[in-house]
Design a protein around this ligand. Structure first.
Ligand code: NI
Length: 395
C-alpha cells in the first residue's frame, strides 16, 4: 500500500502543482472565498467524490466511503483563505489579485488535500471506513471558519473519530515533517484598554490625575499576571503592542490613553481566570488613582492540543513512510490556529509540512510578501496524509 501511494503521489504531482498554482494566482480574503469554494467543489465533482458546498458560506465537505463505511471515520482538514499582503515574488504563478496573497500556504494545504482525495477515491475499494474531507474557509480571521463549520454540524453525520491537519513550515526542508504531542499552539485573545482621567497643563499635574501615569502603572502591574499568577507549567504570554494617547504633547497631559495587546496561553481554565485578573488589576489601579479603565477582552481561538495517542501513531506512521531522518519533533508555539477548535472536540493531530529549501533560497517565513515553497513538498504532503488516513482507518 505504501508503495502504491508513493507511486500515485508521484504520478499526480504535476496536476497537484497546477492546482496549487491556480489557487495561488487567485487568492481570496477570509470570508470572501467564493471562487475558491466553487473551485474545490468542482474538483471534487470531477473526481466523483460526494460533497456538500456552502457550509459556513464557502466551506466544502466531501466523503470518500470505503468498504464498511460506518466502521470508522477519519477527517482530514485543509484551510483555503489568503492574507491582505501584496506578493513580492516574481514567479509565473504570482497572485493576480492585488493586495491579496496566499502567504500562509493555505493554497498548499488545499491542493495537497485535493491530491490526497484523488488517491483515496482511487483506492476506496482497498480500505474500510470513511474519509471526511473538510475544506475550511476563514482561518485567518475571527471568529474563524472552523468554529462556524463545527456550529453548522461538520463534525456530525458521520462523526469522525479523529482529525488530521497539516500546515506549511518554511524552517523545515521540503521532504521532512514535524510533530508535537500535547500542548502545541496557544489560545490568543485580543486586549483593548481605554484609560480615562483628567489631563491638563503639563506644568500643573496636581490639577488632574494624569492618565499617562495611571497607564504606566497598569502596564507594569499587568506583567504580574504571567510572572506571579500563571502556573509555570502552563505557557503564558501577555504583550502590549500598542499605546496611544488622544492628544497630549510635551506640556499637555491628555485625558485618554488607549492600549492594545494580546494574551496567549494553553489552558482554558487559566485563560478565563487570567482574563478576570487582568481586568480587575487594570480597573482597580485606574480607580485607585482617580481615573477609569475600560478593558475589553476579545476572545480568539482556543489552544491547540495534539492528542497524545493519535499523534504517537501518526509520528510512527510518518517514520515508516518517510524514514526517521525526515521526521522531527517540534517545539511549542505561542501562535494560534483555528484547527484548535477541532482539537477541543475530538482527538486531533496538527503537524507541519516542511516547505523550505535553503539551497534554493526558499526560506521566507509565512505572512511575508516573499513567502514561497519548494513545490516538491506537495508530493510529501499528499502521500503522507493519504498514508496517515489509511493507517488510522486500519488501526
Ligand atoms: Ni496558516
Amino acid at each position: 500500500m505504501q508503495k502504491k501511494i508513493k507511486t500515485l503521489a508521484a504520478a499526480y504531482h504535476t496536476d497537484i502543482v497546477a492546482v496549487r498554482r491556480h489557487l495561488h494566482r487567485h487568492p481570496e480574503l477570509s470570508y470572501q472565498e467564493v471562487k475558491t469554494g466553487k473551485y474545490i467543489a468542482a474538483q471534487l465533482e470531477k473526481l466523483g467524490i460526494e460533497h456538500r458546498h456552502g457550509i459556513a458560506d464557502n466551506g466544502v465537505v466531501g466523503l470518500i466511503k470505503g468498504k464498511n463505511p460506518d466502521e470508522k471515520v477519519i477527517a482530514l482538514r485543509a484551510d483555503f483563505d489568503a492574507l491582505p499582503i501584496e506578493e513580492a515574488n516574481e514567479v509565473v504563478y504570482k497572485s493576480e489579485n492585488p493586495g491579496v496573497m496566499h502567504a500562509c500556504g493555505h493554497d498548499v494545504h488545499t491542493a495537497s488535500l485535493l491530491g490526497t482525495a484523488r488517491i483515496l477515491q482511487e483506492l476506496r475499494h482497498e480500505f474500510a471506513g470513511t474519509i471526511k474531507l473538510i475544506f475550511q474557509p476563514a482561518e485567518e480571521k475571527l471568529p474563524g471558519g472552523a468554529s462556524l463549520m463545527i456550529a453548522e454540524g461538520v463534525l456530525e453525520n458521520p462523526a469522525p473519530g479523529g482529525i488530521y491537519g497539516q500546515h506549511v513550515h518554511p524552517p523545515l526542508e521540503a521532504g521532512t515533517v514535524g510533530f508535537r504531542s500535547g500542548m502545541y499552539m496557544a489560545s490568543a485573545d485580543e486586549l483593548f484598554l481605554t484609560v480615562r482621567g483628567k489631563g491638563g497643563h503639563g506644568a500643573m499635574p496636581h490639577n488632574g490625575n494624569d492618565p499617562i501615569v495611571i497607564t504606566a502603572h497598569i502596564i507594569t502591574a499587568l506583567q504580574q499576571v504571567v510572572s506571579r499568577n500563571a502556573d509555570p507549567t502552563i505557557p503564558s504570554v501577555l504583550t502590549l503592542g500598542k499605546i496611544n494617547s488622544t492628544g497630549g504633547a510635551t506640556n499637555i497631559i491628555p485625558d485618554e490613553v488607549k492600549l492594545e495587546g494580546t494574551f496567549r496561553t494553553m489552558n482554558e481554565t487559566w485563560r478565563s481566570e487570567a482574563h478576570e485578573k487582568m481586568v480587575r488589576i487594570a480597573e482597580g489601579i485606574a480607580e485607585s488613582m482617580g481615573g477609569t479603565c475600560d478593558f475589553e477582552v476579545m476572545k480568539g481561538y482556543p489552544f491547540l492540543v495534539n492528542d497524545e495517542a493519535l499523534t504517537a501513531r501518526a509520528k510512527n506512521a510518518a517514520v515508516a513512510f518517510l524514514g526517521a531522518e525526515n521526521v522531527v519533533d517540534l517545539p511549542i508555539r505561542m501562535t494560534a490556529e483555528d484547527f484548535a477548535y477541532y482539537s477541543q472536540k475530538m482527538p486531533a493531530c496538527f503537524y507541519r509540512l516542511g516547505t523550505g529549501n535553503r539551497a534554493r533560497g526558499i526560506t521566507s517565513p509565512v505572512h511575508t510578501p516573499t513567502f514561497d515553497i519548494d513545490e516538491k513538498a506537495l508530493e510529501t504532503g499528499v502521500g503522507l496524509m493519504t498514508w496517515l488516513a489509511l493507517e488510522e482507518l486500519k488501526g
